[in-house]
Ligand binder design. Structure first.
Ligand code: FMN
Length: 175
């Protein structure tokens, strides 16, 4: 049994839902899992954990600055144990962009950080138009229109492949 930290950055909570599903799977394999929100845990001590997983969502082309800060601050600790990173974005709804090697955000991110996670994943996120403010809603509709996605302002669409999330849970359990 190992003690695993899954720490995430989110704006609308979908990355947290993915972390909760990972926790279920990994605990089902007999490990102990703590899920923590990065915003509340920038100074969390990584030393007690055997493995660390970081998950982060994309907003307007970027992961949140706190993700870069967290990685920089914990670089040595992250490199000393098995680790993984996953990104959540809606570009990953496209089959040709849903792998770590083919997702532009993850590829760009890896060039911007010094840490090399042992395992990587990309999950398609969620569009929840009724939840967004006016400007965000129109911006996302425009992006969706340009990329042939859904534009109905009343729609909530979850693109996430939960089987893929569960598979990643097994990878985390075994790494
Ligand atoms: C204002 C806004 C901007 C976004 N920008 C992008 C983007 O540039 N590229 C992308 O692939 N997804 C983008 N998304 C989609 C999010 O990555 C997706 O909704 C994800 O599920 C959000 O995860 P979270 O709830 O954990 O923050 C955006 C979503 C919102 C609301």
């Amino acid at each position: 049994m190992t003690n695993i930290l899954i720490i995430y950055s989110t704006t609308d909570g979908h990355t947290r839902s993915i972390c909760e599903r990972l926790k279920q799977v990994v605990e089902g394999q007999g490990h102990s899992v703590e899920v923590a929100w990065m915003s509340d845990n920038q100074d969390i001590e990584l030393q007690p954990f055997d493995k660390v997983i970081i998950g982060a969502s994309i907003r307007y082309g970027k992961h949140q600055p706190q993700v870069f800060d967290f990685i920089k601050k914990n670089q040595t600790s992250l490199e000393s144990k098995p680790s993984a990173f996953f990104s959540v974005n809606v570009v990953a709804r496209k089959p040709e962009k849903n792998q770590p090697e083919t997702n532009p955000y993850l590829q760009k991110f890896l060039k911007e950080i010094a840490w090399q996670p042992q395992n990587l994943a990309v999950f398609a996120g969620k569009i929840d138009y009724p939840r967004y403010g006016f400007v965000d809603k129109q911006m996302i509709r425009l992006i969706m229109w340009m990329t042939k996605g859904p534009t109905d302002p009343t729609a909530t669409i979850e693109f996430t492949d939960w089987d893929k999330v569960e598979q990643f849970g097994l990878v985390i359990s075994e790494m």
